[in-house]
Design a protein around this ligand. Structure first.
Ligand code: AMP
Ligand code: MG
Length: 340
C-alpha cells in the first residue's frame, strides 16, 4: 500500500473523510499524540486499526467525537451530573471518560467490554476530520503496538509506511502524552491513565479524584487490570531504558552508572552542563516540556542506535504523573532510586 503524507488542506481533509466513510484507516494529529482512526461504527474498519498496529485484540479503543450531540448514540444512558461537569470543564481537550456503551458501538471497539471510552479532541484538524467524515472515529495512538507513541507525522510514517493509505501532517503535538482516562463507575472518579488533564484539575471540578495503583506500579501476579491497556509493555524504544528517581543530584549517580560513557542520557535542560561531553538529549526545562518531548526523544534514541538509555525523572504530580507513567513503562519498571 502507498502511504500519502498530506498537509491538512480542505482537499486533504475531504479525501480523508472519504477514506473513513469507505471503511479505511487514516492517521491524524490530535493535541495529545497522533491517532490512527477508523469509523467507530464499522467493525470491519476498526479491525484494520488492530491489524495496522499489531495491537492485541483485548485492548479497547477510544472513540473521538466533535461535539456534545455526538455522545448520545454511543452510550446506554444519560451521562451523570458528574460526567456532565467534567465534560463541560474539559471537552474539547485531553480527557477520556468511560460510559456504559450503546448497541451501536461494535464490541470490536470496546474489546468485548460493556463500556466505551469517549473523548472530544480540541485539535482543529481532528475536529475538522470528525466533522468532514460525519462519523465518530475510533482511534488509538498511531504507533506499532509497544513502540513510543508518535508526536509528529514523521514518527507516524516511521511505523505506518505501507500500512495506512493517508497520514495528515498537523505538525508536532502540543501535549505529547495521551489523554487522561477516567472511570466514573464508583463513588469517586478514578484515573486509569494519567494524561494532559491533571488530578488536581479533576478534583477542582469533581471534588475528589483517585489515581489507580497501576498508574505508577507494575501489576502484581494474577492482578486484573481495571483498564486492559495497563497490562501491556508500552512506549518502549529498542534500547534499554533505566529511570533515575529521587531529589538528590541524580546527575552524579547517572555519571557513575555510565562509567563506560556509552549510554544516551535524557536530561532536563538545566542539568545538561553537568554531563559534560557525554551523549545527551534535552527533555526541555520542566514536566510540561518533558511530556511534549519524551516520546520523540525515545524514538530519536533509536535513530541514534542507543543501546542504553538513562533518563532523569520529574515529580509524579501534575502532568509529571503522566510523564512518569509512560517513562516507567518504557523502562519496564527498571528504576534506580537515588536516596536523599
Ligand atoms: P490508546 O488507544 O493507546 O490511547 O489507549 C487507550 C487506553 O484506554 C488503553 O489503556 C485502554 O485500555 C483504555 N480504554 C479504552 N476503552 C476502555 C474501557 N472501556 N474501559 C477501560 N479502559 C479503556
Ligand atoms: Mg497507545
Amino acid at each position: 500500500m502507498n502511504t500519502e503524507l498530506l498537509s491538512p488542506t480542505s482537499e486533504a481533509l475531504a479525501r480523508a473523510g472519504e477514506l473513513l466513510r469507505a471503511g479505511e484507516v487514516v492517521a491524524f494529529p490530535t493535541e495529545t499524540v497522533y491517532g490512527l482512526g477508523a469509523n467507530a461504527l464499522d467493525a470491519a474498519a476498526v479491525e484494520k486499526i488492530f491489524a495496522a498496529k499489531g495491537r492485541p485484540g483485548d485492548n479497547p479503543l477510544i472513540v473521538h467525537i466533535a461535539e456534545a450531540n455526538d455522545l448520545a448514540p454511543l452510550i446506554a444512558c444519560e451521562p451523570s451530573a458528574r460526567a456532565r461537569a467534567l465534560m463541560d470543564a474539559f471537552w474539547p481537550g485531553p480527557l477520556t471518560l468511560i460510559f456504559p456503551k450503546s448497541a451501536a458501538v461494535p464490541s470490536r471497539v470496546t474489546a468485548g467490554l460493556d463500556t466505551v471510552a469517549v473523548r472530544m479532541p480540541e485539535h482543529p484538524v481532528a475536529q475538522a476530520l470528525i466533522r468532514t467524515s460525519g462519523v465518530p472515529i475510533a482511534a488509538p495512538s498511531a504507533n506499532r503496538s509497544g513502540r513510543p507513541s508518535p508526536t509528529t507525522a514523521a514518527d507516524v510514517l516511521e511505523d505506518m509506511a505501507g500500512r495506512v493509505p493517508l497520514i495528515l501532517d498537523g505538525g508536532p503535538c502540543r501535549v505529547g502524552v495521551e489523554s487522561t482516562v477516567v472511570d466514573l463507575k464508583g463513588d469517586t472518579p478514578r484515573v486509569l491513565r494519567p494524561g494532559g488533564v491533571t488530578r488536581a484539575q479533576i478534583e477542582a471540578v469533581a471534588s475528589a479524584c483517585e489515581v489507580d495503583h497501576a498508574v505508577l506500579h507494575p501489576l502484581g501476579d494474577g492482578e486484573k487490570p481495571r483498564s486492559p491497556g495497563m497490562k501491556y509493555k508500552h512506549y518502549a524504544p529498542r534500547g534499554e531504558v533505566t529511570v533515575f528517581r529521587g531529589k538528590k543530584a541524580v546527575e552524579n549517580i547517572i555519571r557513575r552508572y555510565d562509567a563506560a560513557q556509552n549510554a544516551l542520557i535524557l536530561a532536563l535542560e538545566g542539568n545538561l552542563p553537568r554531563y559534560g561531553s557525554r551523549r545527551c538529549l534535552s527533555l526541555g526545562p520542566d514536566a510540561q516540556s518533558m511530556a511534549a518531548n519524551l516520546f520523540h526523544s525515545l524514538r530519536e534514541a533509536d535513530r541514534m542506535g542507543a543501546q542504553t538509555i538513562l533518563c532523569e525523572s520529574v515529580e509524579s504530580v501534575g502532568v509529571g504523573l503522566a510523564v512518569m507513567n509512560r517513562l516507567l513503562r518504557a523502562a519496564a519498571f527498571r528504576v534506580v532510586d537515588c536516596e536523599d
